[in-house]
Design a protein around this ligand. Sequence first.
Ligand SMILES: NC(=O)c1ccc[n+]([C@@H]2O[C@H](COP(=O)([O-])OP(=O)(O)OC[C@H]3O[C@@H](n4cnc5c(N)ncnc54)[C@H](O)[C@@H]3O)[C@@H](O)[C@H]2O)c1
Length: 265
Amino acid sequence: MSATRFEGRTVIVTGAGSGIGRAAALKFASEGANVGLFDLDSERAESVRGEVEDIRRGAGLVCVVDVSDPLTMEQSFNAVVERFGGLDAVFANAGINGAKGPIEHMELAEFQRTIDVNLGGMFLSVKLAVPHMKKRGGGSIVITSSVNGNTRFSSIGMSPYSTSKAGQVAFAKMAALELARYKIRVNAICPGAISTNIDETTDEHDLADEIAIPLEFPRGGDHPLAGRHGLPEEVADLAVYLASSEARHVTGASITVDGGESLLF
Ligand SMILES: NC(=O)c1ccc[n+]([C@@H]2O[C@H](COP(=O)([O-])OP(=O)(O)OC[C@H]3O[C@@H](n4cnc5c(N)ncnc54)[C@H](O)[C@@H]3O)[C@@H](O)[C@H]2O)c1
């Protein structure tokens, strides 16, 4: 497999400061890409920029941005295009777990925050990519959804998260069809449990236990394929493949990457 699938290409990765986004940013850079590193957390994003620069000087640009904010998102997309001369791929990956608790006790604003970041941020990442990709004659967008909301529904209390993740897959399919005429491909990936910092973003309600359902998982919670949670790099490999020209005939797909977990849990 070519190590330079992205030579001379420019990619934006949202949520690049940690976990799956960081792993993808490093892989894109190691395959020749210039990478726009979008994250809320400037320290984490700068640290990833350092790692990108170790791979290739000048290949990383940090944009400190809340993906749900239209104005700074637009400015950040423009900054990437200005710096690197265009845009070929977007990994719309930033997301939060958000509110976890009984629907009865959840405020609308809590529900909406998860939707705003996960769905709103994804929407802006796709919308803002379109004009730049049209100029290039095509492009690829990969959206990080989840097994939650698509193939598994057992994370009780995470109704906003699962709703957002289901919405992302529907949106990816709609966008794939709409944007095919511009040779822009759109795919969704659905990771299972991956070892990242995502649990820091769970906003658990005091009464979350009230709605718990006692579930019996296989002893030790072992995952069928690897016997452990997935690694960010194992998800990044799929995202980078979908963004590359090797996936030139793949659009509108939603691909599970969970080591078989959702077949069982
Ligand atoms: N880790 C898992 O088990 C798992 C499973 C399925 C899906 N996912 C999805 O993978 C994606 C990446 O999550 P991760 O597990 O790597 O988590 P992570 O918390 O390690 O990384 C997410 C990054 O996104 C950034 N971020 C959060 N909100 C943001 C915002 N509003 N604007 C800009 N940046 C923001 C964070 O600062 C962080 O650096 C998410 O969409 C998540 O829902 C994760």
